[in-house]
Design a protein around this ligand. Structure first.
Ligand code: ADP
Ligand code: MG
Length: 413
């Protein structure tokens, strides 16, 4: 829907802020532009709504060159949210939100009722409608900024560091709300941030910029984590990307063991010990009759119980936090396993009933299977998604090109 074609911006004074940018921003998705400060993200964003004009190249919106449009009209179809919310200090919250509707000639009553509707949508109490921006917290002001951008229901939303000025807890909440909102509204969102975690969390697609206004890689977040195009991208993504990638792989791919589970705390301790031994385990998970977990009992401890005692009377290690097999990721399953004293974690269904337990070996198998499936789905050609200076021929054609490390890391461009 938005296409950058060889767009360059050179400021007076000679700084090349954006250098031959080619980028396609798909309709109805969130595209995040991320990179260190000064790499041309804001300049790229502001060329879409013509707050800045390119030096060369063109930007198409729905196939139309934006340079041919009337800037004021163009901007009415593009919501714009900036870091410090940019609210008008002397206007009430509802009038701030109604800015564009009033500008395009809506009746006051209709614009106000739209304001109230949007306040609810972005999680603001309607009681705040008559307040002024200075009476609101930073997080509330950002919500007003988002509501104002959405007021005339534009198909496109540009957001420049929208959550950077609020504290981390509020920021996480606002990010979650944006994801929820987008699932409902399906706007074409271009969001600029310097925070790679934010990019990976909210982006359907992420474009990583390098200094000098060029793109290093454009990909879905899980592909960036799985296959960074080069060492710049890898460093930019930061530490523990292997673990972070597991967030995108479903725990439902795990085959869980339900042999070392005793789902009745009245089972005799001797019998429970035998269940563990037969499963080849030093532990058994004791659950109640409704399969709600109670805790881990060690086979040794069960065998040391006096004759006639029940499994529920043995010393039970807390089962820690469970994970939901249907909705959680492999990262949640791994985390629960790492935190468990028994080195095993409990996978549960929607009602908290035990489905089975993990082991490191089962996690390893599931991770590899999920990685293979993701690589197959990405068609293995995804390494070619880096846009700058890519050679057109695939690796298979040139001998040696496929061998890891055979080519020096410093690629042209
Ligand atoms: P980012 O948003 O990624 O931090 P910007 O797009 O704001 O980066 O800036 C890119 C580069 O262009 C920086 O080197 C910045 O100093 C320069 N720059 C931005 N705006 C102007 C301007 N109006 N005049 C001259 N140089 C500018
Ligand atoms: Mg910026």
């Amino acid at each position: 829907m938005i296409t950058f074609e060889a767009v360059t911006k050179r400021y007076a004074g000679g700084t090349v802020a954006v250098d031959h940018l080619d980028l396609e921003i798909p309709d109805g998705q969130t595209m995040v532009l991320v990179g260190p400060s000064g790499c041309g993200k804001t300049t790229s964003l502001r060329m879409i709504n013509r707050l800045i004009e390119p030096s060369s190249g063109r930007i198409l919106l729905d196939g139309q060159d934006v340079a041919a449009s009337n800037p004021a009209e163009l901007r009415r179809g593009i919501g714009y949210v900036i870091q410090q919310s940019g609210l008008f200090p002397h206007r009430t919250i509802e009038d701030n939100i109604a800015t564009v509707p009033l500008l395009i000639g809506w009746k006051k009553a209709r614009a106000r009722s739209r304001s109230r509707e949007l306040m609810t949508l972005v999680g603001l109490d309607e009681d705040l409608a008559r307040r002024y921006p200075y009476q609101l917290s930073g997080g509330q002001q950002q919500r007003v900024g988002v509501a104002r951008a959405l007021a005339a229901d534009p198909p496109v939303l540009l957001m420049d560091e929208p959550f950077s000025a609020v504290d981390p807890i509020v920021r996480a909440t606002l990010q979650d709300e944006l994801i929820k909102l987008q699932a409902e509204l399906h706007k074409t969102i271009v969001l600029v941030t310097h925070d790679v975690e934010e990019a990976i969390k909210v982006g359907d697609q992420v474009a990583i910029f390098r200094p000098g206004g060029r793109i290093a890689q454009v990909d879905a977040p899980e592909r960036l984590l799985a296959a960074p195009a080069d060492s710049y991208v890898e460093n930019f993504l930061g530490f523990d990307r292997g673990i972070r990638r597991l967030s995108f792989l479903a725990a439902s791919g795990l085959s869980l063991d339900d042999r070392a589970v005793v789902d009745d705390e009245d089972t005799s301790a001797a019998e429970a010990a035998q269940v563990a031994r037969e499963a080849g385990e030093g532990w058994v998970l004791v659950a109640d009759g409704g399969r709600k977990p109670l805790g881990w009992a060690s086979a040794d401890d069960l065998e040391a119980q006096p004759a006639g005692s029940r499994a529920g009377e043995a010393r039970l290690e807390p089962y820690g936090h469970t994970f939901s097999v249907r909705t959680d990721s492999l990262r949640a399953a791994l985390d629960a396993t790492v935190l468990s004293r028994a080195g095993r974690a409990v996978g549960v269904d929607e009602d908290g009933r035990v489905i089975g337990v993990t082991s490191y070996e089962r996690l390893r198998v599931a991770i590899h299977a999920a990685e293979r499936a993701a690589d197959a789905a990405a068609g293995r050609g995804a390494a070619g998604s880096a846009t700058s200076g890519g050679t057109p021929s695939g690796g298979a054609a040139s001998p040696g090109a496929a061998a890891d490390g055979a080519a020096p890391a410093g690629r042209a461009g």
